[in-house]
Design a protein around this ligand. Structure first.
Ligand code: FRU
Length: 454
C-alpha cells in the first residue's frame, strides 16, 4: 500500500512479475483467475501459472501456484498461456509447454477446486507443427466443445498471415489437425510493411448470433490486440469486421470466459510502461484490467464495459464541478469519475495532478471529432517512463458520450458509452492526488460524479 504506483483494486500478484490472464473460468460460483507468473522476480522468465479466486470478480484471494516447469518435462523452460475446461468433474488445463525452441500443447488435470494439478504423462499432447505447415508462432490455446467433439485453436502465423490452427479431439488427449480456423492479413504500418509475424493468445467464442475472435499481433514484442466478428461454419471462421478492442498500448493478451449467468467477461494484462530498472526494485510488475463485460453492438462491433461488480468498490462520492479547484475529501489516486459530454462540448479531465511537480495526465474527450486524446507529456517527470500521447477514435454518433474513468494509482482505465475502452499507465513522481475537470461548449454542463474507490 505504500508503493505509490501499485494498483490497489486492479489485480496484482503478491509480488513478482505477471503477464497474461490464463484459465479464466467460473466453477460452482467461484471465479478463477490464473496468470503467467515468474516467482523469481519482477521480470519475465520461468513462467509458472499463478492462481487467485473470487466470489465477485473484484475481491481476490491468492491461491498456491497452480503449475510450474518440470526440469525433465516438455515444459522445462516454461508453462505458457492457455485455458481450462471442465469435462464433468474433471478440470483440464491446456497450456503451452516450452523446452528449448519448442512450444507444444500440454495438459494437466484437477478436480472442481482447481487447486492441485497433475500433468498428463503423455505430454506434449501435440508433438509438433502439422505436416507441411511452416509457422512463425505455435502457442496459446482456445478450446471449446461442440456436441461430443472438443476443438482447440492455437495462435500462429503462416505465410505472412495471422492464423489460428485448429485441432479436434474426443478426449482432450488425442488431437487431429483440421486446418486453419482462420487466416487473415496482419496489420501493416503506413509504409505498407507488416507490423507483426502472426498471432498469439487467440480467444474464440460465440456471442449473440455471431462468433468473435480476439488475437494479439506479435513481433517478438506485443504489438496490438484486435477483434474479428463473423460467422463460424463449424470448421472455419469467416470474419466480416475487425476492430481494436482497447485504444491504449498497455492492454495485451486478454482472455474471456462465459460466467454462469451468461455474461462474457474479459480480463487483459495491463503492461508496465516504465523501464525494467524501475520495475525490478518495485518487486512487482503487471496487473490485470478491471473485469470487462463484452457485448456486440448492432453493427457487430465488439464492445466492452466495466462489469457491474466494479460498482461494489464505490465508497463516498461528491459532485465534480468543472473549472473549480476541487478539494477532495478522499484520495484522488483511487477514484471513479463518471459523467457525460454533449456533442458540442469538449471535456478535459486531468488526473494524477500534482501542482508542485507540475505532473498531470490529461484526457480530452471531443465527441464532435470522434476522438479521445490522452496527453502524456506531463504525466511524469520520470524520463524513462513512456510519454507518447494516445489517441483513440470513437466512431459513435450518440448525442452524448457517457464517460467513466477509473484511476487506481498507476492503472487508469477509460470507458466511453460502454463500448470503447482505453487503458493508460501513469507514474508521477509526486503524490499527484489531484483531479481537474474542464468543459467547453455552450450546453448546460451535466453534473459529474467522483467516487472514492475502496
Ligand atoms: C503473450 C505471451 C504468450 C505466451 C506468454 C508467455 O504475452 O507471449 O504468447 O504464452 O506470453 O509468458
Amino acid at each position: 500500500m505504500n508503493d505509490a504506483h501499485r494498483p490497489q483494486w486492479h489485480f496484482t500478484a503478491a509480488r513478482n512479475w505477471i503477464n497474461d490472464p490464463n484459465g479464466l473460468i467460473q466453477v460452482d460460483g467461484v471465479y478463477h483467475l490464473f496468470y503467467q507468473y515468474n516467482p523469481n522476480g519482477a521480470f519475465w522468465g520461468t513462467m509458472h501459472w499463478g492462481h487467485a479466486t473470487s466470489q465477485d470478480l473484484v475481491h481476490w484471494a491468492h491461491a498456491p501456484i497452480a503449475i510450474a516447469p518440470d526440469a525433465n518435462g516438455p515444459d522445462a523452460d516454461g508453462c505458457f498461456s492457455g485455458v481450462i475446461v471442465v469435462d464433468d468433474d474433471v478440470s483440464t488445463m491446456i497450456y503451452t509447454g516450452v523446452r528449448g525452441g519448442e512450444e507444444l500443447a500440454c495438459i494437466a488435470r484437477s478436480d472442481r477446486d482447481l487447486v492441485m494439478w497433475e500433468k498428463d504423462p503423455r505430454n506434449p499432447v501435440i508433438r509438433g507443427l502439422p505436416d507441411g505447415v511452416d509457422a512463425t508462432i505455435f502457442r496459446d490455446h482456445t478450446v471449446w466443445r461442440d456436441g461430443d467433439r472438443w476443438t482447440m485453436g492455437i495462435g500462429s502465423g503462416v505465410d505472412g498471415l495471422g492464423a489460428v490452427l485448429s485441432y479436434a479431439s474426443s478426449n482432450l488427449v488425442d488431437w487431429q489437425y483440421r486446418g486453419p480456423l482462420v487466416e487473415e492479413p496482419v496489420e501493416l504500418n503506413p509504409e505498407g510493411v507488416a507490423i507483426s509475424t502472426g498471432w498469439e493468445c487467440p480467444d474464440f467464442f460465440a456471442l449473440g448470433d455471431r462468433h468473435v475472435l480476439v488475437a494479439c499481433e506479435w513481433d517478438g514484442d506485443p504489438i496490438a490486440v484486435s477483434s474479428w466478428t463473423g460467422r463460424f461454419d463449424g470448421d472455419r471462421f469467416h470474419p466480416t469486421r475487425k476492430d481494436r478492442i482497447d485504444g491504449g498500448r498497455s492492454f495485451y493478451a486478454p482472455q474471456s470466459f462465459r460466467a454462469e449467468d451468461g455474461r462474457r467477461i474479459q480480463f487483459g494484462w495491463l503492461r508496465e510502461n516504465r523501464s525494467a530498472e524501475d520495475q525490478l526494485p518495485a518487486g512487482w510488475s503487471g496487473a490485470m484490467t478491471l473485469p470487462r463485460e463484452l457485448w456486440l453492438d448492432r453493427d457487430g462491433r465488439l464492445c466492452s464495459r466495466p462489469a457491474a461488480e466494479v460498482e461494489l468498490l464505490r465508497g463516498r462520492h461528491i459532485p465534480l464541478v468543472p473549472n473549480d479547484d476541487i478539494v477532495l475529501p478522499f484520495d484522488g489516486r483511487s477514484v471513479e469519475i463518471a459523467g457525460s459530454v454533449a456533442r458540442d462540448q469538449v471535456m478535459e479531465l486531468a488526473v494524477r495532478v500534482d501542482l508542485d511537480t507540475n505532473e498531470r495526465t490529461v484526457m480530452r474527450f471531443a465527441p464532435s471529432v470522434g476522438r479521445v486524446h490522452v496527453r502524456m507529456g506531463q504525466s511524469t517527470a520520470n524520463p524513462t517512463a513512456q510519454q507518447d500521447d494516445l489517441v483513440m477514435s470513437v466512431a459513435d454518433d450518440a448525442d452524448r458520450w457517457d464517460v467513466r474513468v477509473f484511476v487506481d494509482r498507476s492503472a487508469i482505465e477509460v470507458f466511453v458509452n460502454d463500448r470503447h475502452a482505453l487503458a493508460v499507465r501513469a507514474y508521477p513522481t509526486g503524490r499527484a492526488d489531484g483531479i481537474r475537470l474542464a468543459v467547453d461548449g455552450r450546453d448546460a454542463i451535466a453534473p459529474f460524479t467522483i467516487w472514492e474507490m475502496r
